[in-house]
Design a protein around this ligand. Sequence first.
Ligand code: NAD
Length: 256
Amino acid sequence: MTGSAVQSSDGVAVITGGGQGLGRAFAHALAGTGRAVAIVDRNGENAAKVAQEIEAAGGRACGYAVDVASEDEVTSAKERIAGDLGTVEILVNNAAIFSTLEMGPFTDISPTTWRKVIDVNVTGTFLCCQAFVPVMVGNGYGKVINISSATVFTGRPGYLHYVTSKAAILGLTRSLASEVGRFGVRVNAITPGSTETEVERATITPAARERMAADTALRRVQVPEDLVGTVVFLAGKASDFITGQTINVDGGLAFH
Ligand SMILES: NC(=O)c1ccc[n+]([C@@H]2O[C@H](COP(=O)([O-])OP(=O)(O)OC[C@H]3O[C@@H](n4cnc5c(N)ncnc54)[C@H](O)[C@@H]3O)[C@@H](O)[C@H]2O)c1
């Protein structure tokens, strides 16, 4: 039997950066499909809070305080998740330095800040893939969903470190997809447009977001619910013949 023919319906979903914002919405959505979810976040308090929200709604979830840029912490989380919740089938690489990031001319970005952004946004994604994809390969089935950004297509100024890190995620997605597809593991990316969440951001004012929305085909501000359908689709069986792809979800700003 080939890997692609095998699927368990109850594998665990790991959502990195699930303690707030988009990751929190993805965790709730995947829990809503009946899966146990592991919320992995550097902010352990937030991770635990989201896990409690899911449990209160009748789902199964655990929160883990993990820095995705730390190999040791990711490896230890992998062991704990397996013991607490079971076999991982879905990995949503969503954690990133994003809402806390300062925008500015590229000449003002210090090498320290540059390295930190690449370390978390790119190496963190790589380390989580390295930890969890072999589990999926061992089971002959799995889904990796990498959260990139539509800024890769629009090249937003003042964000050179961030946009560079998110472009790397598209290369990682294609390369890993071509490496692990034969083992039944699908790897795809989503590029969200600017999305309003419960988290305040210094990098975008409500007026700027309205202006951005006015440039989209659908002409309204993007909210997390606009992205969960794509995450649930890529996590589920309906997308089993899709891998190595990037799905742009931005209301029609960039045409990819
Ligand atoms: N909201 C948007 O407009 C938008 C648009 C395009 C792409 N994205 C991407 O979507 C994802 C989520 O965005 P968001 O708006 O929810 O961002 P956010 O900044 O509100 O949340 C990011 C989460 O990641 C966690 N995190 C940061 N560094 C970490 C680390 N080293 N280890 C573990 N967890 C860490 C944070 O604690 C936080 O919970 C990010 O990858 C972001 O780049 C967001």
